[in-house]
Ligand binder design. Structure first.
Ligand SMILES: NC(=O)c1ccc[n+]([C@@H]2O[C@H](COP(=O)([O-])OP(=O)(O)OC[C@H]3O[C@@H](n4cnc5c(N)ncnc54)[C@H](OP(=O)(O)O)[C@@H]3O)[C@@H](O)[C@H]2O)c1
Length: 187
């Protein structure tokens, strides 16, 4: 049986910045709506898992966490922190363990890695990471947290999900789907 779909969901600037001062450097309602939609929509009777680093999880306002209608798995090496999480939130001390947990859980549809930088890096290194729901922020927004550039030799824009161009509060951005190139066309 093939494994579950593993995806990354991330918004980054042209310089690959994703965060500042422990939070998002922008407030883009259209992107938040897109994030909610792609992470929540799942096959009937199932829900998606979201794998999230400890800092990102803590940056979500308390009233919005755990992210509802999604199975939240928080990564941390700190046992006391992990023990303090609510019972309906899973936690793991390694990315591999988190993916395995999702693969083994029958009612989980997609495995969605939502940041921060380390778990996105770990996800993108895996050959079974098929899709990146990518928001490209086309403005010079100062950031202190960065991901590595997404390799366009490995991922290409997926025409099945037409790119959406938006602008909010003077920040132009586009929402697109990047998918892993089939092995035959990796150059
Ligand atoms: N633009 C976006 O799409 C986006 C998405 C997510 C986050 N962000 C932003 O990015 C910033 C936070 O990201 P970050 O990279 O600094 O932190 P992060 O990845 O959210 O959290 C880092 C912590 O997570 C734990 N962790 C991560 N990977 C782990 C692994 N493989 N195994 C065990 N523990 C692991 C560790 O916790 P312990 O220290 O407890 O061991 C680590 O110190 C914020 O500014 C946030 O708003 C932006």
């Amino acid at each position: 049986m093939p494994g579950k779909e593993l995806c990354v969901v991330v918004a980054a600037t042209l310089q690959w910045g994703i965060g500042r001062d422990g939070t998002l450097p922008w407030k883009l309602r259209g992107d938040m709506k897109h994030f909610r939609k792609v992470t929540t929509e799942a096959a009937p009777g199932k829900r998606n898992a979201v794998i999230v680093g400890r800092a990102t999880y803590e940056s979500i306002p308390e009233k919005f966490r755990p992210l509802k209608n999604r199975w939240n798995i928080v990564l941390s090496s700190n046992t006391a922190f992990r023990d303090s999480l609510p019972a309906d939130v899973a936690s793991c001390s390694s990315f591999e363990d988190a993916v395995r947990l999702c693969q083994d859980k029958e009612d989980i549809d997609r495995i969605m890695v939502i940041g921060g930088a380390r778990c996105i890096k770990e996800a993108l290194q895996r050959p079974d990471c098929q899709h990146i729901f990518f928001t490209r922020v086309k403005a010079e927004v100062p950031c202190d947290t960065f991901i590595e550039p997404i390799d366009d030799k490995t991922f290409q824009e997926n025409p099945a999900f037409p790119k959406v161009e938006l602008e909010e509060e003077g920040i132009p951005y586009e929402i697109l789907l990047l998918s892993r190139k089939p092995p035959s066309i990796v150059d």
